[in-house]
Design a protein around this ligand. Structure first.
Ligand code: ZN
Length: 239
């Protein structure tokens, strides 16, 4: 029986490892998706700020274009100055030019303001780009790490499955069946160690006499509370 129990104990360890790998595997697409979503958000932030800058650049160009047109108007009005005949016409033209000049001054003010705004935005954009660059790099690293982990898991999975196959054949079929049934009903744990007169599967006390027997690893003993097969794994292990 001792050998059988030892084999079963090994099998349990393999099954727990397989369970762990499977859980990791199941989490993988979700984790990848989360990282991709973060990537998207970071890029979106930059995109939005760039759009703001572009919009302001457009405003600036429009205003500058308008200003040029108005300046052309002044030039034309000034040429007309030499052609005017009456003082009244002259005065009218002069006030027209003044009005345009005044409007142009305001326009120049506005252009300067827009330029300031663009400047500020570009500064914060370049700062943001650096920050986002760092974050994106971290996300990249994280993605690579996840991929490597998965590749490693695939190998481990194959190896453990193979070992499980070999071990299973060495275990008596009745015991193997019992183990599988227990494992299914008890969150993947069919064999569990006992320590300090306690079953480490359900943490309920094992009667002292029974615990002494468990420590011998000579007989099939099951926890009176959770029914799992008890195994003595020495003092060192807590699992
Ligand atoms: Zn128990």
């Amino acid at each position: 029986m001792r050998e059988q129990l030892e084999l079963l104990w090994e099998l349990q360890k393999i099954d727990l490892e397989l369970k762990r790998i499977k859980e990791d595997r199941d989490r993988y697409p979700k984790e990848m998706k989360k990282l991709e979503e973060r990537q998207r958000l970071e890029r979106e932030r930059i995109h939005q700020e760039k759009e703001k800058v572009e919009l302001l650049e457009k405003t600036r160009r429009q205003k500058e274009g308008q200003l040029n047109l108005e300046q052309e108007k002044i030039k034309r009005a000034e040429t007309r100055m030499s052609e005017v005949k009456t003082n009244k016409e002259y005065q009218a033209l002069l006030s027209e030019i003044d009005a345009i000049k005044e409007a142009n001054n305001r326009m120049e003010e506005e252009i300067l303001q827009v330029l300031d705004e663009i400047d500020e935005l570009k500064k914060s954009l370049s700062k943001r780009e650096k920050e986002v660059g760092i974050v994106l790099e971290k996300i990249d690293t994280e993605q690579i790490r996840l991929q490597e982990k998965m590749a490693h898991h695939e190998k481990a999975w194959d190896k453990e499955t193979e070992r499980r196959e070999v071990l299973s054949k060495q275990i008596e079929s009745k015991l193997f069946k019992l183990y599988n049934t227990l494992k299914e009903k008890r969150q993947g744990v069919g064999v569990v160690s006992a320590k300090n007169e306690t079953c480490l599967g359900c943490f309920v006390n094992v009667p002292p006499q029974m615990f002494i027997e468990v420590q011998k690893n000579n007989a099939l003993i099951r926890c009176p509370n959770c029914n799992r097969i008890l195994y003595w794994d020495g003092e060192r292990n807590t699992k």
